[in-house]
Design a protein around this ligand. Structure first.
Ligand SMILES: Nc1nc2c(c(=O)[nH]1)N[C@H]1C(S)=C(S)[C@@H](COP(=O)(O)OP(=O)(O)OC[C@H]3O[C@@H](n4cnc5c(=O)[nH]c(N)nc54)[C@H](O)[C@@H]3O)O[C@H]1N2
Ligand SMILES: Nc1nc2c(c(=O)[nH]1)N[C@H]1C(S)=C(S)[C@@H](COP(=O)(O)OP(=O)(O)OC[C@H]3O[C@@H](n4cnc5c(=O)[nH]c(N)nc54)[C@H](O)[C@@H]3O)O[C@H]1N2
Ligand code: SF4
Ligand SMILES: [Mo]
Length: 756
């Protein structure tokens, strides 16, 4: 028997932990943290440790599948599947034009394969379609749209290591590995920082794992975050705590911003959001005076209200406190495998014309391309709307529309209305089950990998990613299981392009948008290796790929250091603190805040007012859990620990008031639809909330299996009712709902009193 331990990159989520895998006779048997890794320091979560089991999983697809007319799936050799798909795509393009063909790239498209994005983009370009969608626009699209409206600093924000204060709004890095605390062993990193005197402010309606360690935790009603940040800005400006010199040199519109936040007195906002006014003021003062450090946010506030306005105000808050690196400071994470990025102490001026509403138009709700990409939340309607240009074919890879997109019923209807749905997946996921073809892909351990996506995270938003120039390369660790007919994601796009006679040109990955090297025309007769592809997408990178390969366990590439340069002579770029559209949106909320304060209605308590008609005393809010990534792993016993559902967490007093107990089956109803859930008591919630993870469950016909497969909260969202006008993002958290005991007919549910 052969047995060896090898370094690899965990690709079960975006964090890219450097881990050790034990291989016995060509099979992975264990994955664990690498204690010698200087950055991740031995970390490996339950998803990572279960990676070997997932590679060997009996639920894994080892053959591609084709759906027959009667709905049954039969295995199909992948080469034959690509022949048939290419033929159908060519016919659709011929009859309806390239726009009728769309792609959707989900989280695992980038997590599992660093070059997938480059090849998918090349495929769309060659096809002539601009209908490339990804999960960004059903996540936190306001981040990019707001940056386009606000302007960007051409150097990073204050790095984590230098931060003395950190404000986290609706993100939970200890579980999500995302936002504020570097994703490289966030638990230990946060402990070390708190011991060295970091002040941590957390704003979350739930006493999250991260909030439990906060210096100050505000537990507001959901959806009030824009008003909360506006009140903080007001407090800071009123008290003269802003960085006046920085603003004078780099920002326009301070006077107008001051006027715009005037309605947001701490008293009004505290009352509306139901937090102690002293805490709101204390948070603003602590953030402004304890610095340096940044305020950053996650999915909570972005999905609960106006994502763009909220992120815009967050940028204003950081900027009025001057939380950007200055000339002469060393850039903590200049990137390694992406294109080199100049760091300068100057503002990249706003580009409102590329914020939203530009380029390719959707045919629904007046939406168009955005700085965050095409609006995924409108794709189902686009597919369903008859007429010229209708999307008729969708290739979905590393994503799971039926489980993850908002408005599940509409998504299902759209998936069924397509002429052709190809799902590239490792499992018969909820989307695979309605696809025409399911392409079985290789597991990450069977493919080479590089840490390019992790660099992207560091450039994604203020306070995200790692704060060290870390890079790692891993070769494939094991071959696919015997008898498997699986390919890498990118090879599907390549194989179909080849058959359609398309020439793919791959571009190096750049986070600043600047690429100095020419695109690479792929040899369309003989496919390159993945290593050759990696060499091309990293061509011209700050650290050559070969240098990274020389360190099998990964390394920090601090040399040569990158230092923030002085502002260019004559540079005139300035932040826009008072973008007209943002000031209009803020004024609209300001009117609500003022009206609310002058009305007799008391604040606090569950929101009983009617919204969209009906009575919705609760708000459903999102959360993440450590052992699954969105829909990935919800069926893997090795990482579930026996908990096979996504519980509907409620405050114990709400449970009692509803006459419910832990484990009871409940019906959660929104204006759009209803789902079943398994009630679970959670003291860490404020009252009036139902807190659940998303992307569990399946189509409605499987609702009765809620205890075994969970429930799909996406079904409660309506894409076309309460949505953000720039990105189309609907409410995916803070959804008005009612909660009641599930009717006896709901499920032949043994735990239901009355059904026995
Ligand atoms: N209500 C609500 N809805 C939400 C959210 C929320 O907070 N609340 N969050 C939203 C967010 S932030 C996001 S990013 C989206 C996520 O949306 P998606 O990215 O569409 O969903 P995932 O569940 O991450 O999809 C991953 C898919 O990849 C497959 N897969 C697993 N391993 C591999 C692999 O190695 N290779 C390939 N090719 N495929 C693999 C899985 O089986 C699964 O089908 O969901 C959004 N939906
Ligand atoms: N283990 C694990 N890790 C993941 C994922 C996963 O599914 N599992 N998903 C990955 C993905 S796709 C993403 S985008 C990131 C997301 O990473 P995060 O944005 O950190 O996501 P969550 O952990 O859901 O944290 C959101 C927090 O917002 C709070 N919240 C809900 N509504 C509101 C509100 O209106 N206002 C405020 N202030 N807070 C609110 C919730 O209680 C929750 O604690 O995580 C990534 N990492
Ligand atoms: S945090 Fe993500 S990358 Fe790290 S071990 Fe867990 S799943 Fe893997
Ligand atoms: Mo996400």
């Amino acid at each position: 028997m052969s047995r060896e331990r090898r370094h690899t990159i965990c690709r079960a989520c975006h964090a890219g932990c450097g881990v050790l895998v034990t291989v016995e006779d060509g099979r992975p048997v264990a994955v664990e943290g690498d204690p010698d890794n200087p950055l991740y320091r031995g970390f490996c979560c339950v998803k990572g440790r279960n990676m070997a089991a997932v590679q060997q999983s009996p639920r894994r697809l080892l053959q591609s599948q084709k759906r027959l007319a009667d709905g049954r799936f039969v295995p199909i050799p992948v080469e034959q599947a690509m022949d048939e798909i290419a033929e159908r795509l060519a016919a659709i393009r011929e009859a309806h034009g390239p726009r009728a063909i769309a792609t959707y790239s989900g989280t695992m498209a980038t997590n599992a394969g660093a070059a997938n994005g480059a090849v998918t983009s090349a495929f769309l370009r060659a096809l002539g379609s601009r209908m490339g969608f990804n999960s960004n626009t059903i996540d936190q699209p306001g981040k990019m749209v707001a940056t386009a409206l606000f302007g960007g600093w051409m150097a990073p924000p204050t790095p984590f290591e230098q931060a003395r204060v950190l404000m986290l709004i609706g993100c939970n890095p200890l579980v999500a590995m995302s936002g504020g605390v570097p994703h490289t062993n966030p638990g230990r990193t946060l402990t070390d920082a708190l011991e060295s005197g970091l002040s941590l402010i957390v704003i979350d309606p739930r006493r999250s794992e991260t909030a439990r360690r906060a210096t100050l935790h505000l537990q507001p009603k959901p959806g009030e975050d824009a008003a909360i940040v506006a009140a903080m800005i007001r407090t800071i400006l009123d008290e003269g705590l802003e960085d006046a010199a920085f603003l004078a040199e780099h920002a326009d519109g301070l006077g107008r911003l001051r006027e715009a936040v005037a309605p947001f007195t701490p008293e009004r906002v505290a009352r509306r959001a139901d937090v102690p006014v002293a805490d709101l003021v204390a948070a603003a003062r602590l953030f402004a005076t304890r610095g340096p450090g940044v305020a950053t946010a996650g999915t909570g506030p972005n999905m609960s209200g106006p994502t763009t306005l909220f992120e815009y105000l967050l940028r204003a808050l950081n900027t009025i406190c001057g939380r950007w690196q200055r000339a002469g400071e060393r850039v903590a994470e200049p990137g390694c495998l992406g294109q080199p990025m100049p760091a300068k102490a100057q503002v990249q001026p706003p580009t409102p014309e590329y914020a939203y509403g530009f380029g390719e138009k959707m045919r629904v709700r007046g939406l168009a391309n955005t700085a965050a990409g095409m609006p995924t939340a409108a794709l189902a309607e686009e597919i369903l709307l008859p007429g010229e240009g209708r999307v008729r074919a969708l290739i979905s890879h590393g994503g799971n529309p039926v489980a993850a997109w908002p408005d599940q019923l509409k998504t299902l209807e759209a998936m069924r209305a397509l002429d052709l749905l190809v799902q590239i997946d490792t499992k018969m996921s909820a989307t695979a089950r309605v696809a025409d073809y399911v392409i079985a892909v290789q597991h990450p351990l069977e493919m080479p990998g590089i840490t390019l996506g992790q660099e992207y995270l560091s450039n994604y938003a203020v306070g995200f990613g790692t704060t060290a120039p870390w890079a790692q390369y891993t070769p494939a660790i094991v071959p696919p299981p015997p008898g498997a007919d699986v390919i890498e994601d990118w090879r599907f796009f390549y194989g179909v392009a080849q058959r359609m006679g398309l020439q793919l040109v791959v571009k190096p990955v750049s986070f600043s948008g600047t690429v100095r090297v020419a695109g690479w025309a792929m040899d369309m007769r003989e496919a390159p290796t993945t290593d050759e592809l990696f060499a091309q997408v990293t061509k011209g990178s700050r650290i050559p790929l070969e240098a990274v390969k020389a360190h099998p366990g990964g390394a920090i590439f601090a040399d040569p250091p990158v230092v923030v340069a002085e502002k260019d002579p004559g540079w005139s770029g300035r932040f826009a603190l008072a973008s007209p559209v943002m000031m209009d949106d803020l004024a609209a909320i300001g009117r609500l805040v003022v009206a609310d304060a002058s009305s007799a209605r008391g604040a606090g308590g569950p929101a009983a007012e009617s919204e969209s008609g009906g009575s919705w005393p609760f708000r459903l809010v999102s959360r993440r859990q450590m052992n699954v990534l969105n829909s990935v792993g919800c069926d893997e016993p090795g990482q579930l620990g026996g908990r096979t559902t996504n519980p509907a967490h409620l405050h114990p007093d709400d449970l009692a008031a509803l006459g419910l107990r832990d484990g009871d089956l409940v019906e959660i109803r929104s204006a759009r639809a209803s789902i079943l859930g398994v009630a679970a008591s959670d003291r860490n919630l404020r009252r009036g909330l139902v807190s659940m993870t998303h992307s569990w469950g399946d189509a409605p016909e499987r609702d009765a299996e809620v205890r075994a497969i969970g429930a799909n909260t996406g079904r409660l969202s309506a894409v076309d009712v309460d949505y953000e006008r720039y990105t189309g993002l609907p409410r995916m958290s803070n959804i008005p709902v009612s909660v009641s005991r599930a009717p006896a007919r709901a499920a032949g549910d043994p735990a239901m009193p009355g059904s026995a």
